[in-house]
Design a protein around this ligand. Structure first.
Ligand code: PLP
Length: 472
Protein backbone atom coordinates (compact mmCIF):
# COMPACT_ATOMS: atom_id res chain seq x y z
CA UNK A 1 0.00 0.00 0.00
CA UNK A 2 1.30 3.45 -0.92
CA UNK A 3 2.20 5.00 2.38
CA UNK A 4 1.58 8.76 1.97
CA UNK A 5 -1.65 8.72 3.91
CA UNK A 6 -0.17 6.70 6.73
CA UNK A 7 2.04 9.61 7.73
CA UNK A 8 5.18 7.69 6.88
CA UNK A 9 6.71 10.04 4.35
CA UNK A 10 9.81 12.04 5.11
CA UNK A 11 9.34 15.59 3.71
CA UNK A 12 13.04 15.92 2.85
CA UNK A 13 13.02 12.60 1.04
CA UNK A 14 10.00 13.65 -1.06
CA UNK A 15 11.58 17.03 -1.85
CA UNK A 16 14.75 15.27 -3.00
CA UNK A 17 12.98 12.61 -5.09
CA UNK A 18 11.01 15.35 -6.80
CA UNK A 19 14.06 17.49 -7.54
CA UNK A 20 16.05 14.52 -8.81
CA UNK A 21 13.39 12.90 -11.01
CA UNK A 22 10.33 15.07 -11.74
CA UNK A 23 11.01 17.49 -14.59
CA UNK A 24 8.40 20.23 -14.12
CA UNK A 25 6.67 22.44 -16.72
CA UNK A 26 8.51 25.73 -17.45
CA UNK A 27 11.61 24.78 -15.47
CA UNK A 28 14.58 27.09 -15.18
CA UNK A 29 17.17 24.49 -14.31
CA UNK A 30 19.62 26.78 -12.46
CA UNK A 31 17.12 27.65 -9.74
CA UNK A 32 15.29 24.31 -9.78
CA UNK A 33 18.44 22.30 -9.12
CA UNK A 34 19.14 24.58 -6.18
CA UNK A 35 15.68 25.15 -4.68
CA UNK A 36 13.56 22.23 -5.85
CA UNK A 37 9.83 22.68 -5.28
CA UNK A 38 7.49 23.39 -2.40
CA UNK A 39 5.68 20.09 -1.80
CA UNK A 40 1.94 20.63 -1.39
CA UNK A 41 0.16 17.91 0.46
CA UNK A 42 -3.51 18.57 1.22
CA UNK A 43 -6.24 21.08 0.62
CA UNK A 44 -9.66 22.10 1.91
CA UNK A 45 -12.00 24.86 0.77
CA UNK A 46 -9.78 27.73 -0.41
CA UNK A 47 -6.68 26.61 1.53
CA UNK A 48 -3.76 24.38 0.67
CA UNK A 49 -1.28 22.88 3.15
CA UNK A 50 2.31 21.96 2.42
CA UNK A 51 4.06 18.82 3.58
CA UNK A 52 5.49 20.58 6.65
CA UNK A 53 1.94 21.51 7.75
CA UNK A 54 2.05 25.22 6.78
CA UNK A 55 -1.31 26.44 5.45
CA UNK A 56 -1.82 28.99 2.67
CA UNK A 57 -4.81 30.76 1.17
CA UNK A 58 -4.70 29.59 -2.43
CA UNK A 59 -4.86 32.85 -4.37
CA UNK A 60 -4.42 31.04 -7.70
CA UNK A 61 -6.95 28.20 -7.46
CA UNK A 62 -4.31 25.55 -8.21
CA UNK A 63 -3.59 27.19 -11.58
CA UNK A 64 -6.77 29.08 -12.54
CA UNK A 65 -8.68 25.84 -12.23
CA UNK A 66 -9.93 24.72 -8.80
CA UNK A 67 -13.08 26.77 -9.34
CA UNK A 68 -15.39 24.88 -6.97
CA UNK A 69 -12.74 24.80 -4.22
CA UNK A 70 -11.01 21.86 -2.58
CA UNK A 71 -12.53 18.95 -0.69
CA UNK A 72 -15.75 18.72 -2.69
CA UNK A 73 -17.11 15.35 -1.67
CA UNK A 74 -19.68 15.35 -4.50
CA UNK A 75 -16.94 15.42 -7.13
CA UNK A 76 -14.71 12.96 -5.30
CA UNK A 77 -17.57 10.51 -4.84
CA UNK A 78 -18.60 10.77 -8.50
CA UNK A 79 -14.99 10.00 -9.48
CA UNK A 80 -14.80 7.01 -7.14
CA UNK A 81 -18.21 5.64 -8.17
CA UNK A 82 -17.42 5.87 -11.89
CA UNK A 83 -13.93 4.37 -11.42
CA UNK A 84 -15.50 1.44 -9.58
CA UNK A 85 -18.31 0.96 -12.09
CA UNK A 86 -16.08 1.28 -15.19
CA UNK A 87 -12.79 3.23 -15.06
CA UNK A 88 -12.32 3.27 -18.81
CA UNK A 89 -13.58 2.07 -22.11
CA UNK A 90 -12.37 3.30 -25.47
CA UNK A 91 -14.26 6.02 -27.38
CA UNK A 92 -13.01 4.99 -30.82
CA UNK A 93 -15.62 4.28 -33.48
CA UNK A 94 -18.21 1.97 -31.96
CA UNK A 95 -18.23 2.43 -28.17
CA UNK A 96 -18.96 5.23 -25.73
CA UNK A 97 -19.89 5.64 -22.06
CA UNK A 98 -22.69 7.22 -20.04
CA UNK A 99 -20.83 10.22 -18.48
CA UNK A 100 -19.35 11.28 -21.85
CA UNK A 101 -22.77 11.25 -23.52
CA UNK A 102 -24.42 13.10 -20.62
CA UNK A 103 -21.66 15.69 -20.40
CA UNK A 104 -21.77 16.39 -24.15
CA UNK A 105 -25.49 17.14 -24.00
CA UNK A 106 -24.93 19.31 -20.91
CA UNK A 107 -22.12 21.31 -22.52
CA UNK A 108 -24.24 21.80 -25.65
CA UNK A 109 -27.00 23.22 -23.46
CA UNK A 110 -24.60 25.59 -21.63
CA UNK A 111 -22.60 26.79 -24.65
CA UNK A 112 -23.96 29.71 -26.69
CA UNK A 113 -25.80 29.53 -30.02
CA UNK A 114 -25.40 26.42 -32.13
CA UNK A 115 -22.22 25.22 -30.41
CA UNK A 116 -23.65 21.74 -29.93
CA UNK A 117 -20.78 19.41 -30.78
CA UNK A 118 -18.02 18.43 -28.34
CA UNK A 119 -14.60 16.88 -28.95
CA UNK A 120 -12.83 15.79 -25.74
CA UNK A 121 -9.13 15.88 -25.04
CA UNK A 122 -6.80 15.58 -22.04
CA UNK A 123 -6.43 19.30 -21.31
CA UNK A 124 -6.38 22.78 -22.82
CA UNK A 125 -3.36 22.37 -25.11
CA UNK A 126 -4.74 19.28 -26.80
CA UNK A 127 -8.17 20.93 -27.10
CA UNK A 128 -6.62 23.90 -28.93
CA UNK A 129 -4.58 21.52 -31.06
CA UNK A 130 -7.83 19.76 -31.96
CA UNK A 131 -9.51 23.11 -32.75
CA UNK A 132 -6.91 23.74 -35.47
CA UNK A 133 -7.42 20.25 -36.89
CA UNK A 134 -11.18 20.79 -36.94
CA UNK A 135 -10.67 24.15 -38.70
CA UNK A 136 -8.42 22.57 -41.33
CA UNK A 137 -10.73 19.61 -41.85
CA UNK A 138 -13.81 21.86 -42.08
CA UNK A 139 -12.27 24.12 -44.72
CA UNK A 140 -10.84 21.21 -46.72
CA UNK A 141 -14.19 19.40 -46.74
CA UNK A 142 -15.68 22.52 -48.31
CA UNK A 143 -13.01 22.48 -51.04
CA UNK A 144 -10.88 25.17 -49.37
CA UNK A 145 -7.80 23.14 -48.51
CA UNK A 146 -5.49 26.16 -48.79
CA UNK A 147 -7.09 27.71 -45.68
CA UNK A 148 -4.29 26.52 -43.38
CA UNK A 149 -2.76 29.58 -41.72
CA UNK A 150 -3.49 30.47 -38.10
CA UNK A 151 -3.61 33.99 -36.67
CA UNK A 152 -2.94 34.50 -32.98
CA UNK A 153 -1.76 37.42 -30.86
CA UNK A 154 1.36 38.53 -29.05
CA UNK A 155 0.97 37.71 -25.31
CA UNK A 156 -1.50 34.89 -26.03
CA UNK A 157 -1.15 31.57 -24.23
CA UNK A 158 -2.73 28.58 -25.92
CA UNK A 159 -0.76 25.62 -24.64
CA UNK A 160 2.37 23.60 -24.96
CA UNK A 161 2.02 20.99 -27.69
CA UNK A 162 4.32 21.72 -30.64
CA UNK A 163 1.40 23.36 -32.45
CA UNK A 164 -0.16 25.29 -29.56
CA UNK A 165 3.27 26.29 -28.25
CA UNK A 166 3.74 27.97 -31.63
CA UNK A 167 0.29 29.60 -31.55
CA UNK A 168 1.19 30.96 -28.12
CA UNK A 169 2.57 34.48 -28.46
CA UNK A 170 4.18 35.28 -25.10
CA UNK A 171 7.67 36.54 -25.96
CA UNK A 172 9.17 34.83 -22.88
CA UNK A 173 8.04 31.41 -24.09
CA UNK A 174 10.17 31.63 -27.23
CA UNK A 175 13.12 29.67 -25.88
CA UNK A 176 16.09 29.99 -28.22
CA UNK A 177 16.61 26.25 -27.69
CA UNK A 178 13.19 25.23 -29.05
CA UNK A 179 11.66 25.44 -32.51
CA UNK A 180 8.34 26.92 -33.52
CA UNK A 181 6.02 26.40 -36.50
CA UNK A 182 6.40 29.97 -37.68
CA UNK A 183 5.72 29.61 -41.41
CA UNK A 184 1.98 29.39 -41.12
CA UNK A 185 1.30 30.88 -37.71
CA UNK A 186 1.10 34.67 -37.39
CA UNK A 187 0.83 36.99 -34.41
CA UNK A 188 -0.94 40.35 -34.41
CA UNK A 189 -0.63 42.89 -31.58
CA UNK A 190 -1.53 42.23 -27.99
CA UNK A 191 -4.68 44.14 -26.96
CA UNK A 192 -2.79 45.55 -23.96
CA UNK A 193 -3.64 49.28 -24.00
CA UNK A 194 -1.64 50.01 -20.83
CA UNK A 195 1.56 48.63 -22.38
CA UNK A 196 1.10 49.48 -26.09
CA UNK A 197 4.06 51.50 -27.34
CA UNK A 198 2.13 52.47 -30.44
CA UNK A 199 -0.87 53.74 -28.47
CA UNK A 200 1.49 55.81 -26.32
CA UNK A 201 3.56 57.24 -29.16
CA UNK A 202 0.50 58.15 -31.18
CA UNK A 203 -1.45 59.31 -28.13
CA UNK A 204 -4.38 57.01 -28.97
CA UNK A 205 -7.56 56.77 -26.96
CA UNK A 206 -8.63 53.24 -26.04
CA UNK A 207 -11.29 53.41 -28.79
CA UNK A 208 -8.65 54.42 -31.36
CA UNK A 209 -6.42 51.61 -30.13
CA UNK A 210 -9.31 49.20 -30.73
CA UNK A 211 -9.78 50.58 -34.28
CA UNK A 212 -6.08 49.98 -34.88
CA UNK A 213 -6.23 46.36 -33.61
CA UNK A 214 -9.26 45.52 -35.74
CA UNK A 215 -7.66 47.05 -38.83
CA UNK A 216 -4.41 45.22 -38.13
CA UNK A 217 -6.23 41.88 -38.03
CA UNK A 218 -7.98 42.56 -41.31
CA UNK A 219 -4.71 43.72 -42.91
CA UNK A 220 -3.01 40.53 -41.74
CA UNK A 221 -5.77 38.36 -43.26
CA UNK A 222 -5.46 40.26 -46.55
CA UNK A 223 -1.65 40.03 -46.48
CA UNK A 224 -1.74 36.23 -46.04
CA UNK A 225 -4.74 36.01 -48.38
CA UNK A 226 -8.17 35.15 -46.97
CA UNK A 227 -8.06 31.92 -49.02
CA UNK A 228 -5.11 30.83 -46.90
CA UNK A 229 -6.37 31.67 -43.39
CA UNK A 230 -8.12 28.97 -41.35
CA UNK A 231 -8.76 30.55 -37.97
CA UNK A 232 -8.13 33.28 -35.44
CA UNK A 233 -7.44 32.42 -31.78
CA UNK A 234 -8.41 34.71 -28.91
CA UNK A 235 -8.75 34.32 -25.16
CA UNK A 236 -11.67 36.55 -24.04
CA UNK A 237 -9.30 37.92 -21.39
CA UNK A 238 -5.69 36.89 -21.88
CA UNK A 239 -4.55 34.91 -18.85
CA UNK A 240 -0.92 33.87 -18.69
CA UNK A 241 0.01 36.77 -20.99
CA UNK A 242 -0.80 39.13 -18.12
CA UNK A 243 -4.59 39.23 -17.50
CA UNK A 244 -5.17 41.56 -20.44
CA UNK A 245 -8.71 42.83 -20.89
CA UNK A 246 -9.18 44.01 -24.49
CA UNK A 247 -10.75 47.38 -25.29
CA UNK A 248 -14.58 47.45 -25.33
CA UNK A 249 -16.01 46.05 -28.57
CA UNK A 250 -12.78 44.28 -29.57
CA UNK A 251 -14.19 40.74 -29.67
CA UNK A 252 -17.38 41.63 -31.54
CA UNK A 253 -15.44 43.59 -34.13
CA UNK A 254 -12.70 41.01 -34.67
CA UNK A 255 -15.40 38.33 -35.00
CA UNK A 256 -17.09 40.44 -37.67
CA UNK A 257 -13.78 40.69 -39.59
CA UNK A 258 -13.32 36.92 -39.34
CA UNK A 259 -16.86 36.23 -40.57
CA UNK A 260 -16.37 38.47 -43.61
CA UNK A 261 -13.26 36.53 -44.60
CA UNK A 262 -14.54 33.02 -43.78
CA UNK A 263 -11.99 32.71 -40.95
CA UNK A 264 -13.13 30.64 -37.96
CA UNK A 265 -13.09 32.42 -34.61
CA UNK A 266 -11.81 30.19 -31.81
CA UNK A 267 -12.47 31.50 -28.33
CA UNK A 268 -9.97 29.96 -25.92
CA UNK A 269 -11.95 29.82 -22.69
CA UNK A 270 -9.61 27.47 -20.85
CA UNK A 271 -9.43 30.05 -18.04
CA UNK A 272 -12.50 32.26 -18.54
CA UNK A 273 -15.16 29.51 -18.59
CA UNK A 274 -16.83 27.75 -15.67
CA UNK A 275 -17.55 30.75 -13.55
CA UNK A 276 -14.30 32.70 -13.35
CA UNK A 277 -16.01 35.72 -14.95
CA UNK A 278 -19.43 34.95 -13.43
CA UNK A 279 -20.87 32.74 -16.20
CA UNK A 280 -20.37 29.21 -17.49
CA UNK A 281 -18.93 30.73 -20.68
CA UNK A 282 -17.72 34.31 -21.07
CA UNK A 283 -17.82 34.65 -24.87
CA UNK A 284 -21.50 35.46 -25.13
CA UNK A 285 -22.51 36.36 -21.58
CA UNK A 286 -19.63 38.76 -20.90
CA UNK A 287 -18.41 39.78 -24.36
CA UNK A 288 -21.56 39.34 -26.46
CA UNK A 289 -20.09 37.08 -29.14
CA UNK A 290 -20.96 33.65 -30.51
CA UNK A 291 -17.66 32.26 -31.75
CA UNK A 292 -17.35 29.24 -34.08
CA UNK A 293 -15.58 27.21 -31.41
CA UNK A 294 -15.05 27.47 -27.66
CA UNK A 295 -12.13 25.63 -26.10
CA UNK A 296 -12.33 24.79 -22.42
CA UNK A 297 -10.46 22.71 -19.79
CA UNK A 298 -9.33 23.60 -16.22
CA UNK A 299 -12.59 24.70 -14.47
CA UNK A 300 -14.57 22.12 -16.45
CA UNK A 301 -13.71 19.61 -13.72
CA UNK A 302 -12.44 22.22 -11.23
CA UNK A 303 -9.10 20.48 -11.73
CA UNK A 304 -10.27 17.25 -10.07
CA UNK A 305 -9.54 15.36 -13.30
CA UNK A 306 -7.62 16.31 -16.45
CA UNK A 307 -10.12 17.08 -19.22
CA UNK A 308 -10.34 19.47 -22.15
CA UNK A 309 -13.07 20.06 -24.70
CA UNK A 310 -13.43 21.78 -28.04
CA UNK A 311 -17.07 22.76 -28.45
CA UNK A 312 -17.99 23.68 -32.02
CA UNK A 313 -20.94 24.67 -34.16
CA UNK A 314 -23.51 22.53 -35.94
CA UNK A 315 -22.54 24.41 -39.10
CA UNK A 316 -18.94 23.16 -38.84
CA UNK A 317 -20.11 19.66 -37.97
CA UNK A 318 -22.50 19.52 -40.92
CA UNK A 319 -19.69 20.37 -43.34
CA UNK A 320 -17.31 17.91 -41.65
CA UNK A 321 -19.80 15.07 -41.67
CA UNK A 322 -21.28 15.40 -45.16
CA UNK A 323 -21.22 12.00 -46.92
CA UNK A 324 -17.76 11.15 -48.28
CA UNK A 325 -16.02 7.75 -48.51
CA UNK A 326 -12.74 9.40 -47.43
CA UNK A 327 -14.41 11.32 -44.60
CA UNK A 328 -12.45 9.98 -41.62
CA UNK A 329 -11.62 12.69 -39.11
CA UNK A 330 -8.38 11.11 -37.95
CA UNK A 331 -7.89 13.02 -34.70
CA UNK A 332 -8.36 11.88 -31.11
CA UNK A 333 -6.96 10.39 -27.98
CA UNK A 334 -7.28 7.17 -26.02
CA UNK A 335 -8.71 9.27 -23.22
CA UNK A 336 -11.14 11.39 -25.29
CA UNK A 337 -14.38 11.29 -23.28
CA UNK A 338 -12.72 9.51 -20.36
CA UNK A 339 -15.64 8.31 -18.19
CA UNK A 340 -14.07 9.24 -14.84
CA UNK A 341 -13.08 12.73 -16.04
CA UNK A 342 -16.54 13.28 -17.56
CA UNK A 343 -18.19 12.10 -14.32
CA UNK A 344 -16.06 14.66 -12.43
CA UNK A 345 -17.18 17.41 -14.84
CA UNK A 346 -20.84 16.46 -14.45
CA UNK A 347 -20.60 16.51 -10.65
CA UNK A 348 -18.70 19.82 -10.80
CA UNK A 349 -21.34 21.45 -13.02
CA UNK A 350 -24.15 20.08 -10.86
CA UNK A 351 -22.69 21.58 -7.71
CA UNK A 352 -21.91 24.87 -9.45
CA UNK A 353 -25.56 25.07 -10.49
CA UNK A 354 -26.88 23.97 -7.08
CA UNK A 355 -24.76 26.53 -5.18
CA UNK A 356 -25.10 29.20 -7.89
CA UNK A 357 -21.35 29.67 -7.95
CA UNK A 358 -21.61 31.91 -11.03
CA UNK A 359 -24.02 34.16 -9.10
CA UNK A 360 -21.59 34.21 -6.17
CA UNK A 361 -18.80 35.37 -8.52
CA UNK A 362 -21.02 38.08 -9.97
CA UNK A 363 -21.61 39.27 -6.40
CA UNK A 364 -18.10 38.87 -4.94
CA UNK A 365 -16.11 39.64 -8.12
CA UNK A 366 -16.72 43.40 -7.89
CA UNK A 367 -15.70 43.28 -4.21
CA UNK A 368 -12.40 41.54 -5.07
CA UNK A 369 -11.81 44.12 -7.82
CA UNK A 370 -12.54 47.00 -5.40
CA UNK A 371 -10.26 45.64 -2.66
CA UNK A 372 -7.39 45.01 -5.09
CA UNK A 373 -7.79 48.51 -6.54
CA UNK A 374 -7.12 49.89 -3.06
CA UNK A 375 -3.51 48.65 -3.54
CA UNK A 376 -3.03 51.46 -6.06
CA UNK A 377 -2.07 53.68 -3.12
CA UNK A 378 1.22 51.76 -2.92
CA UNK A 379 4.05 53.51 -4.81
CA UNK A 380 4.95 50.51 -7.01
CA UNK A 381 1.45 49.33 -7.96
CA UNK A 382 1.03 50.71 -11.48
CA UNK A 383 -2.15 48.97 -12.54
CA UNK A 384 -4.74 46.57 -11.14
CA UNK A 385 -6.61 44.86 -13.95
CA UNK A 386 -8.87 41.97 -14.82
CA UNK A 387 -12.42 41.08 -14.04
CA UNK A 388 -14.09 39.26 -11.18
CA UNK A 389 -11.97 36.24 -10.17
CA UNK A 390 -9.32 36.76 -12.86
CA UNK A 391 -7.12 39.63 -11.70
CA UNK A 392 -3.54 40.87 -11.60
CA UNK A 393 -1.41 43.62 -10.13
CA UNK A 394 1.31 45.15 -12.30
CA UNK A 395 4.31 46.56 -10.42
CA UNK A 396 6.33 49.47 -11.79
CA UNK A 397 9.24 51.72 -10.82
CA UNK A 398 7.34 54.86 -11.85
CA UNK A 399 3.57 55.13 -12.15
CA UNK A 400 3.68 58.08 -14.55
CA UNK A 401 6.15 56.64 -17.07
CA UNK A 402 5.08 53.03 -16.33
CA UNK A 403 8.75 52.12 -16.40
CA UNK A 404 9.44 48.68 -14.96
CA UNK A 405 11.72 48.00 -12.00
CA UNK A 406 15.16 46.63 -12.93
CA UNK A 407 15.30 42.88 -13.64
CA UNK A 408 17.43 42.45 -10.53
CA UNK A 409 14.38 43.42 -8.45
CA UNK A 410 12.66 40.22 -9.67
CA UNK A 411 9.60 41.95 -8.32
CA UNK A 412 6.78 39.49 -9.06
CA UNK A 413 8.72 36.59 -7.56
CA UNK A 414 9.92 38.67 -4.64
CA UNK A 415 6.36 39.62 -3.75
CA UNK A 416 5.07 36.08 -4.17
CA UNK A 417 7.89 34.78 -1.93
CA UNK A 418 6.89 37.23 0.80
CA UNK A 419 3.22 36.30 0.38
CA UNK A 420 4.12 32.62 0.64
CA UNK A 421 5.95 33.30 3.88
CA UNK A 422 2.86 35.16 5.12
CA UNK A 423 0.45 32.38 4.12
CA UNK A 424 -0.81 33.30 0.64
CA UNK A 425 -0.06 31.85 -2.79
CA UNK A 426 -0.07 34.38 -5.64
CA UNK A 427 1.52 33.73 -9.01
CA UNK A 428 4.51 35.76 -10.17
CA UNK A 429 4.59 36.56 -13.89
CA UNK A 430 7.48 38.94 -14.57
CA UNK A 431 6.43 42.27 -13.04
CA UNK A 432 2.95 40.94 -12.29
CA UNK A 433 1.23 39.02 -9.55
CA UNK A 434 -1.77 37.06 -10.70
CA UNK A 435 -4.82 36.36 -8.54
CA UNK A 436 -7.24 33.63 -9.66
CA UNK A 437 -8.63 32.08 -6.47
CA UNK A 438 -11.29 29.40 -6.02
CA UNK A 439 -14.66 30.93 -6.88
CA UNK A 440 -16.07 30.19 -3.45
CA UNK A 441 -14.05 32.90 -1.69
CA UNK A 442 -16.04 34.76 0.97
CA UNK A 443 -15.73 38.45 1.83
CA UNK A 444 -13.44 37.79 4.85
CA UNK A 445 -11.26 35.53 2.68
CA UNK A 446 -10.99 38.28 0.07
CA UNK A 447 -9.95 40.68 2.86
CA UNK A 448 -7.37 38.12 4.01
CA UNK A 449 -6.02 37.71 0.46
CA UNK A 450 -5.69 41.43 -0.24
CA UNK A 451 -4.34 42.12 3.28
CA UNK A 452 -1.50 39.62 2.87
CA UNK A 453 -0.79 40.77 -0.67
CA UNK A 454 -0.43 44.36 0.63
CA UNK A 455 2.02 43.18 3.30
CA UNK A 456 3.93 41.17 0.67
CA UNK A 457 4.27 44.20 -1.61
CA UNK A 458 5.35 46.39 1.32
CA UNK A 459 7.96 43.83 2.39
CA UNK A 460 9.31 43.65 -1.17
CA UNK A 461 9.51 47.46 -1.32
CA UNK A 462 11.44 47.43 1.92
CA UNK A 463 13.97 44.96 0.45
CA UNK A 464 14.35 47.00 -2.70
CA UNK A 465 15.01 50.20 -0.77
CA UNK A 466 17.71 48.44 1.22
CA UNK A 467 19.26 47.13 -1.99
CA UNK A 468 19.10 50.56 -3.60
CA UNK A 469 16.72 49.37 -6.31
CA UNK A 470 13.81 51.60 -5.28
CA UNK A 471 13.86 55.29 -4.46
CA UNK A 472 10.20 56.01 -3.66
N1 PLP B 1 -5.26 27.99 -23.09
C1 PLP B 1 -5.21 28.85 -22.06
C2 PLP B 1 -5.90 30.18 -22.18
C3 PLP B 1 -4.52 28.51 -20.90
O1 PLP B 1 -4.43 29.38 -19.89
C4 PLP B 1 -3.92 27.23 -20.81
C5 PLP B 1 -3.18 26.84 -19.60
O2 PLP B 1 -2.89 27.62 -18.74
C6 PLP B 1 -3.99 26.38 -21.93
C7 PLP B 1 -4.69 26.78 -23.03
C8 PLP B 1 -3.34 25.04 -21.88
O3 PLP B 1 -4.04 24.17 -21.09
P1 PLP B 1 -3.34 22.86 -20.48
O4 PLP B 1 -2.21 23.33 -19.63
O5 PLP B 1 -4.46 22.18 -19.76
O6 PLP B 1 -2.87 22.03 -21.64
Amino acid sequence: VWAADLGQVDPQDIWRKDRDHFVHPWTHFDSFKQDGSLVMDRAEGAYVTDISGKRYLDGIGGLWCVNAGYGRKEIVEAIAAQAMRMPFYNPFVDTTNVPAAELSAKLASLAPGDLNKVFYTCGGSTANDTAVRIAHYYHARRGKKSKMHVISRIDAYHGSTYLTGSITGRPGDRSPYLNFLDGWIHHVSSPNFYRSEKARQEDMSEAEFCDHLVQELEDKILEIGADNVACFFAEPIMGAGGVIVPPPGYHARTLEVCKRHDVLYISDEVVTAFGRLGHFFASKDVFGIEPDMIVTAKGLTSGYQPLGACIFSDRIYDAMSAPDPDGWFTNGYTYSGHPVACAAALANIALMERDDICGHVRKMGPYLEKKLNELLDLPIVGQVRGKHFMMCVENVADKATREHLPDAANIGKRISDHCERLGLIVRPLGALNVISPPLTLTEPQIDELVGILRKGIEAAMQDLRQEGLLKA
